[in-house]
Design a binder for this molecule. Structure first.
Ligand code: PHB
Length: 386
């Protein structure tokens, strides 16, 4: 395999050539997602949302045909980096998009910088990703946004003693720190901070520890896809019966897995940027169109993908189809209505500003949904003020 420095030199040289893009009547988006491996649900959701967006009239932008080239990185950062390089050098994409996991987004960021190719993070949630390159922007969420939202709510309802449980990598560290700092500031106590490996986590020993600690609540962040197996174990080990409140980031009551999780999810309270039950006319149409096309329910990853396409398309309309620095500039400050509510890209941080919802799992019309009942409006990433 090519060394990183050599590879960046290749990327740089390729981009020094006159851009073919300006003359072309199509504009290419390189979409890199985990379509296989343990994080497939992320890839499947985002790919489905991108297909919906194109079918809804999004297949032209800036006077050009929009062409999406999908690549499966399996959630492996070295593969992401190689694919990003190939998409830029060989396929001459105007934008890189997708990125199911933080390490994958970070692996591709140097390619974005070298080639001046905008990179739109549709899934990953570690705050610092947008600081890895001036060409990175994001349409998902950051874990500090989610965790501060959850901490504010837990203080409000008088939860005092908590244990945190997070996946042992970037977004987990953000979740742990921002939840603990805010809860402590408001008078709560974090009894213990527990972590599980990103790949093949075993929740049994950790949950035994939580049982013994007997906190008022367990705060959890696990990446998308791990919610259902975690919930199953939580209940099998009887923690729900012990009176330990389960709270956390919305992955534990993922819309993609909620019916599989079943009634044990009833009453669980989470913070997140999107629920398929969001009661706006735009979201009702989004969910109906998505389900008609794909036969499954969209989750928060789908919305990150759909919004990513919206942002890219808005940008391309402004640049008349040009990529590069012009497109990056055009994407900063974009405001649009998303199925989750109004969002915008903060021009300074290039990160998304959104409403952070507090939701409770309830049964409606025979199905389980995350019903929003509180929100922090227009929340900027708290990770950027540090
Ligand atoms: C991430 O790796 O940043 C990540 C992955 C899945 C999530 C959230 C964050 O659900």
């Amino acid at each position: 395999m090519m060394q990183r420095r050599q590879m960046l030199a290749v990327v740089g040289a390729a981009m020094a050539a006159p851009p073919a893009l300006a003359q072309s009547d199509s504009v290419k988006i390189g979409l890199i997602l985990p379509m296989t491996g343990p994080f497939t649900s992320t890839g499947r959701q985002i790919d489905a949302a991108v297909k919906l967006f194109l079918a809804q009239g999004g297949s032209r932008a800036g006077g050009k045909k929009v062409e999406v080239i999908l690549r499966d990185d399996g959630g492996v950062p070295d593969t992401t980096r190689r694919m990003a390089q190939e998409l830029v050098v060989n396929d001459k994409v105007a934008v890189l998009a997708g990125f199911g996991l933080t390490p994958c987004a970070l692996a591709a960021a140097p390619i974005a910088t070298q080639s001046k190719t905008p990179l739109v993070v549709m899934a990953a949630g570690t705050s610092s990703i947008t600081e890895a390159s001036p060409f990175v922007t994001r349409t998902s969420v950051t874990l500090p946004q989610v965790s501060v939202g959850m901490a504010e709510w837990s203080n409000k309802v008088g939860i005092k003693k908590v244990v945190t449980l997070v996946a042992d990598y970037g977004p987990g560290y953000d979740a742990e720190k921002f939840y603990a700092d805010r809860v402590t500031l408001n008078g709560g106590t974090v009894m213990e901070k527990l972590r599980t490996p990103l790949r093949s986590p075993d929740f049994a020993p950790i949950l035994q520890k939580v049982r013994d600690l007997k906190p008022d609540a367990l705060f959890v962040f696990l990446p998308s896809g791990q919610g259902a197996p975690f919930m199953k174990q939580f209940v099998e080990r009887g923690l729900d019966k012990q009176g330990i409140r389960l709270i956390g980031s919305g992955e534990i009551t993922d819309d993609d897995q909620l019916s599989e999780i079943g009634d044990v999810a009833l009453g669980v309270i989470t913070a997140h940027h999107y629920s398929a039950a969001h009661p706006s006319p735009m979201n009702k149409k989004f969910v109906a169109d998505f389900q008609a096309m794909h036969k499954f329910r969209p989750n928060f990853m789908a919305v990150g993908g759909w919004d990513g396409m919206r942002l890219i398309t808005n940008g391309l309309n402004a640049t008349k189809g040009a990529g590069g620095e012009a497109l990056m500039t055009a994407m900063k400050g974009q405001v649009w209505e998303s199925p989750r509510g109004q969002v915008y890209i903060d021009a300074q941080s290039r990160d998304i500003v959104l409403d952070m919802y507090i939701r409770k799992v309830e049964r409606r019309d025979g199905q389980l949904w995350n019903i929003e009942f509180d929100a922090i409006k227009a929340l900027k990433d708290p990770g950027k003020s540090k």
